[in-house]
Design a protein around this ligand. Structure first.
Ligand SMILES: C[S@@+](CC[C@H](N)C(=O)[O-])C[C@H]1O[C@@H](n2cnc3c(N)ncnc32)[C@H](O)[C@@H]1O
Length: 464
């Protein structure tokens, strides 16, 4: 094939033209693949005896399914292909007796993009049997995987009701990947409908870089679109934004973004079940975020699984940058990476650093965490003297700090070791083992023996 590439996002129907992949897209793809795999493994694979068996995966801005990797001169997969492969991988690993039933809906406004995906990329990646729209069964070791793909040429906003209806009729779990190239392609009204669909979640690419330009430029002609699509009246209002230093500005933009999508991306139903978490994609050497991946869900397990993935892919220094960006990733300039395999750790700016926290109790990482948790978890326990479930703790603060469920557990065990709290199982029995593996319905309450006074006591006890 005489392949012509283009750095713009264009795929030709015959697959001869395709975009050159950017490092940010690579990072996003890595997160997407790992997330889908772990989501299925968690919801379908790890719940006994029966987990979730029906999944609907919607890729609302699916593109052509194939990219050129310039440096290594090879082709890479686009989001629809990565999702199918991630599901298959999880299915093989889960080895469950129950069958897994997955439906994919691929939408794109670009006619040629959908044609490229359906008529070229699917067969290029060995998935040609799935282009007929029918159900296809694959026999695994213990059970069957059913796959069905639908391809739609259309504007996502206009197709969104159809996609939501499919997801709700099928029940089970649904995942919406909304990966537009502009900030105004998905309305918050559509996000609310998706988030109100039981068992659904969104991974959304928010083009903060584009948005900032006009927010600072005093809105101009985009103001009306901003208010209509994002209902953004009253957000990003700080009049002297330009006077903030660069880090302050990024922090402000992120906080406003999180506030906007938390308030407008969910309806008022279930106010305690609105989980939103961000992942920043930052070009090398810059402080400014190019775009955020925003994960929104009412599903606490989905939040936990995405947090683990964001944490694994994080290349920012937690201690200095979590408050500014959330999790994030800073990339190489692609032109400087010629000859290197971009999926290797060299993609990351310096050392590939995952967010590992040193839990040695003398280490400064652990002390920092204790301080953060004192402000969040300990106060919550103290305010609920009759006890609070582990689930409620995760729901209330899970989206406001980078810690994994495992770290919450370590912290609560730490409080137990100090005699400050006790943990009761769902039958009301106090757990006595040395280290407790917390279950969601376990109750944590202030111990009868404790002089526990929330974070004030903690600060003095642990930091003097
Ligand atoms: C960033 S690309 C998607 C890349 C793809 N998700 C991937 O990771 O391989 C954005 C796609 O959105 C499509 N698009 C732009 N506006 C759209 C709209 N309003 N509705 C649906 N698709 C749209 C473009 O044609 C383009 O293919």
């Amino acid at each position: 094939m005489n392949s012509q590439t283009s750095s713009k996002l264009h795929w030709s129907a015959d697959g001869n033209q395709m975009p050159i992949i950017s490092p940010h897209t690579l990072a996003k793809h890595q997160i997407l693949s790992e997330y889908i795999e772990h989501l299925i493994l968690t919801l379908y694979g790890k719940v006994y005896p029966r987990g979730v068996e029906t999944f609907t995966l919607i890729d609302g801005f699916c593109g052509g399914g194939i990219y050129e990797e310039e440096a290594a001169q090879k082709k890479l997969k686009g989001s629809p292909i990565l999702m199918i492969e991630a599901v298959r991988k999880a299915f093989r690993q889960a080895k469950k007796r129950q069958s897994l039933n997955v439906r994919y809906v691929f939408v794109d406004a670009g006619k040629e993009h959908v044609q490229c995906l359906k008529n070229h990329s699917m067969s290029y990646w060995g998935l040609e049997n799935l282009i007929d729209g029918e159900k296809h069964l694959t026999q695994g070791e213990e059970s069957t995987l059913t796959e069905q793909c639908e391809f739609i040429i259309g504007d996502f906003e206009k197709c969104s009701d159809y996609c939501i209806t499919i997801a709700s009729l099928r029940k089970g779990h649904s995942f919406f990947l909304l990966d537009p190239a502009g900030w105004d392609d998905v309305s918050v009204a559509t996000m609310r409908k998706i988030n109100d669909t039981p068992g659904s979640e969104i991974l959304y690419t928010h083009m903060i870089g584009q948005l900032k330009r006009f927010v600072i430029g005093k809105y101009g002609k985009n103001k009306e679109k901003f208010e209509r699509t994002l209902e953004g009246e009253g957000y990003y209002k700080k009049s002297n934004l330009e006077s903030l230093d660069r880090v302050g500005e990024q922090m402000y933009l992120r906080n406003e973004t999180a506030r906007l999508f938390r308030e407008k991306g969910f309806s008022h139903l279930n106010p305690h079940k609105k989980h939103l978490i961000t992942f920043a994609l930052i070009p090398r050497g810059k402080t400014q975020v190019l775009y955020y991946l925003i994960h929104m869900s009412r599903h606490i397990t989905a939040l936990e699984v995405i947090k683990e993935r964001f944490c694994e892919s994080n290349s920012l220094d937690y201690q200095y940058q979590y408050e500014v960006y959330g999790y994030g990733f800073r990339t190489f300039d692609i032109t400087k990476s010629k000859g290197q395999l971009l999926l290797e750790p060299s993609l990351y700016e310096e050392e590939y650093s995952t967010l590992t926290i040193n839990v040695d109790r003398e280490h400064k990482d652990w002390r920092l965490f204790i301080k953060k948790f004192d402000e969040q978890i300990a106060d919550l326990i103290y305010q609920n003297q009759d006890g609070i479930t582990f689930m409620e703790i995760c729901q209330k603060i899970g989206q406001f700090n980078p810690a994994s469920r495992n770290m919450y557990e370590q912290y609560i065990n730490f409080l137990r070791d100090n005699g400050d709290v006790e943990v009761l199982n769902s039958k009301g029995e106090i757990l006595t083992q040395k280290t407790v593996r917390l279950r969601r319905r376990d109750v944590i309450r202030v111990s009868g023996r404790s002089y526990f006074q929330g974070s004030l006591l903690y600060s003095s006890r642990f930091f003097n």
